[in-house]
Design a protein around this ligand. Structure first.
Ligand code: GAL
Length: 464
């Protein structure tokens, strides 16, 4: 082999080895990593397809404040591996999306008549006292988007907070707001032209609408700030109603598998069409590192919808449009396995019939060395749990993954809450440290939400 060829081969192998965020399915409820190994931060967002790529838009967050940090754009061909494209709409130097403001629930649609990409969002103060629906436009899908201020209806701003969008098959665009209100957008999507549907439910936040076989499905959440609740839905054959109550989406008390709706992506294929529910698993205040997405295929029976079982991992065939469960064929180490080295104070116990190691000290830690390509953590999330810092390092001590994992949920749930990207086969070390911090916050009415303590309860480690 010539030197040139060896160099090219070396570079190609190196490139392969350096795909820091590589993954092979949709894993709900845990952090994902982009091509640079950074956490994918794109919440309250939506996805549109352009050519053969999907573009995900969402809120960029920090771990320290709720102030607007910009809206990120990522792209993907398979919906598993996400490439960071841009901060599509950055924090403005001043004004309504400037410093110390709120920008949420970004949605992007391509306007069929102008070809422009139109971005709609919720704009507000940090205390949620100056809300309106704003809009921005761009010639390119990845931006930069130009913020144009409030979207007007009859010359006035639409003073609503939670919002969403829907684009019908005929190219018409709609704005949805909390309560279930629907406005038809003007032909260029840059104003609202008609109030189509009045309030249908109190609360009904995170409005999410999609259509299948002539029926519109309208999903929303109860009003509980960043806390998850049992999201519910209505159906109708017309966007102006009447709307029929359909019930809740996931089993009662599962809190929509610990998420809040934001969008449903239709993935049509040759033999099937999958409707993918996208929900946010918020984690206040560590929304950058620890908030994640719950993406699940929706099941249909006549005109009712459900997500009756939680698919921990699943795949979508881009040609057929079919969703299939992905088996988690990993080696399993139960939490009391001798290979897990615990430091600090932990108790080996059983909670809700699940054997767990539970930390009782905010300085407790755990490490495990392994040879393989991937490692994951199953936790029993509980109402008095908090955050852990989790890192994976290689033989020379270089940290390849470093993130915060949220072990809290309002009702107990046993689930995979951390999964490393697929690494090249080698020896690695996983380290978990209890941080002593917990998700906890209060809303505008001073109602306190979140965890009451900062424990960790670990069920098992999985290795491949
Ligand atoms: C939620 C809403 C989020 C965010 C949050 C703030 O109910 O859906 O988008 O505004 O409240 O507490």
């Amino acid at each position: 082999m010539s030197i040139l060829w060896s160099m090219l081969l070396f570079q190609a192998l190196n490139l392969f080895a350096q795909q820091p965020g590589k993954t092979d399915a949709i894993y709900s409820g845990l952090s994902w990593y982009d091509q640079n190994g950074n956490v994918v931060s794109a919440h309250g967002g939506n996805i549109i397809k352009e050519g053969s790529r999907y573009y995900l838009f969402g809120e960029s967050h920090s771990d320290t404040s709720n102030a607007f940090e910009g809206f990120n754009c990522y792209s993907s061909q398979d919906l598993y591996n996400w490439k960071f494209e841009s901060v599509a709409l950055p924090k403005q130097l001043n004004g309504k999306l400037g410093p110390n403001r709120v920008g949420e629930r970004v949605k992007v649609m391509k306007n069929p008549s102008s070809g422009l990409f139109v971005m709609l969002m919720h704009v507000d103060t940090l205390g949620y006292k100056d809300q309106f629906v704003g809009y921005a436009t761009s010639k390119n899908i990845t931006g930069p988007y130009l913020f144009n201020g409030p979207l007007l209806f009859k010359g006035k701003a639409i003073k609503k907070w939670d919002m969403g969008t829907f684009q019908d098959d005929d190219g018409k665009g709609y704005l949805l707001t909390h309560g279930g209100i629907i406005y038809r957008l003007s032909d260029d999507y840059q104003s609202a032209s008609e109030l189509l549907n009045q309030n249908i439910s109190t609360g009904f936040e995170s409005p999410t609408l999609f259509k299948r076989s002539g029926i519109y499905y309208f999903i929303g959440s109860h009003l509980s700030s960043w806390e998850k609740n049992d999201n519910y839905y209505y159906t109708s054959s017309s966007l102006s109603g009447p709307w029929k109550f359909g019930g809740i989406l996931a089993p009662k008390g599962k809190l929509t598998w610990n998420s809040q709706s934001t969008f449903v992506l239709e993935i049509p294929g040759k033999s099937d069409t999958t409707y993918m529910f996208m929900g946010d698993r918020w984690s206040y205040p560590k929304q950058h590192s620890a908030a994640s997405y719950v993406w699940q295929p929706i099941s249909f029976a006549a005109d009712s919808i459900s997500i009756s079982t939680f698919l921990q991992a699943w795949k979508i065939n881009q040609v057929s449009g079919k969703a299939t469960v992905k088996a988690l064929d990993y080696q399993m180490l139960l939490s009391n396995n001798k290979l897990l080295k615990y430091a600090g104070r932990w108790v080996d116990t059983t909670i809700n019939e699940s054997p767990v190691m539970r930390s009782i000290d905010s300085k407790s830690s755990l490490s495990v060395e392994f040879i393989g390509t991937q490692i994951g953590i199953y936790g029993l999330t509980l109402p008095d749990n908090g955050y852990a810092r989790v890192s994976v390092s290689n033989k020379s001590g270089k940290i390849l993954v470093n993130t915060l994992v949220d072990f809290y949920s309002k009702t107990p749930a046993s689930q995979l809450i951390f999964l490393s990207p697929i690494l090249k086969k080698s020896s690695y070390k996983l380290r978990l440290e209890v941080t002593g911090e917990r998700p906890n916050w209060s809303d505008k009415k001073k109602t306190v939400y979140g965890s009451t303590a900062n424990n960790i309860s670990l069920s098992k480690i999985i290795i491949k």
